[in-house]
Design a binder for this molecule. Structure first.
Ligand code: MG
Length: 248
């Protein structure tokens, strides 16, 4: 069941979503060669606590940290560790927060130092695909119009869309219905309507879309070792169109 949010509830969701945006911005500022992902996780934990919010991912199905840090061929759910970031890496940073009864969730992929043209283009296309998804999150469209537009744009740029992980509804729970694939035929699935709040999150691979999960039970990586990028916003569908809640 898709839980619709009242205007009042959407107003309450602005707080956790703004906190997510603020924390992610501070983490991004700290990204440079030599920094470890555990240090980035510590920044996220300090900043979310300062804002009297709780990290959403720590302890979620046993995830050991608050920030997902997925490097290079890692797609999502990378676990922070003590290995320093290297010049030329790309890193996806995914963060969720809980405040006043509601969740917010967002992700960005950023360069570490100077990166290859390929990596830079992959990041650009992935970010653009998120905004294409957001533009489709309007009253009257159907869910798979989002999915189809992401797939079309990504594949037109020579990349592939991850199948095994999807976006999701969000609200009083981190993961709610509907699941939102980033691929598929248009004009299918439920009609989108005012009051839906969706975490839209295209995951885009440089080569094949196939992914596997490492022995740690969490880290998803590309099977062929190609790069992967990921962007996410929490978006409310309003009568005036999509409202991105996780902007600063
Ligand atoms: Mg999410």
């Amino acid at each position: 069941m898709i839980v619709l949010k009242s205007l009042k509830e959407i107003a309450r969701m602005r707080a956790p979503c703004s906190i997510v945006a603020e924390v992610l911005a501070l983490v991004v500022e700290a990204v440079e060669p030599g920094v470890t992902t555990l240090e980035l996780n510590a920044i996220a934990e300090r900043e979310v606590a300062k804002r009297k919010a709780k990290p959403a991912f720590r302890g979620y199905s046993g995830f050991p940290c608050s920030l997902c840090c997925s490097l290079n061929e890692q797609v999502v759910h990378g676990i922070p560790n003590s290995t320093p970031l290297k010049d030329g890496d790309i890193i996806s940073l995914d963060f969720g927060a809980y405040y006043d009864g509601f969740f917010g969730d967002a992700a960005v992929t950023v360069p570490v130092g100077s990166i290859s043209a390929t990596a830079s283009n992959l990041i650009k296309v992935t970010e653009r695909s998120l905004y294409i998804a957001i533009d489709k999150a309007i009253n009257g469209n159907r869910l798979s119009d989002i999915s189809n537009s992401v797939q079309f744009f990504v594949e037109s740029n020579g990349y592939s869309v991850v199948r095994d992980f999807v976006g999701h509804g969000i609200g009083r729970n981190l993961h709610e219905q509907p699941q939102i694939p980033n691929y598929g035929d248009a004009n299918k699935g439920p009609k989108l309507k005012q009051g839906m709040v969706l975490a839209l999150e295209p995951m885009v691979n440089e080569k094949s879309y196939e992914v596997k999960v490492l022995a740690d039970g969490w880290t998803a990586v590309t099977v062929d070792g190609g790069l992967s990028a990921h962007f996410e916003h929490t978006v409310a569908i309003t009568e005036n169109g999509p409202e991105i809640l996780t902007l600063i």
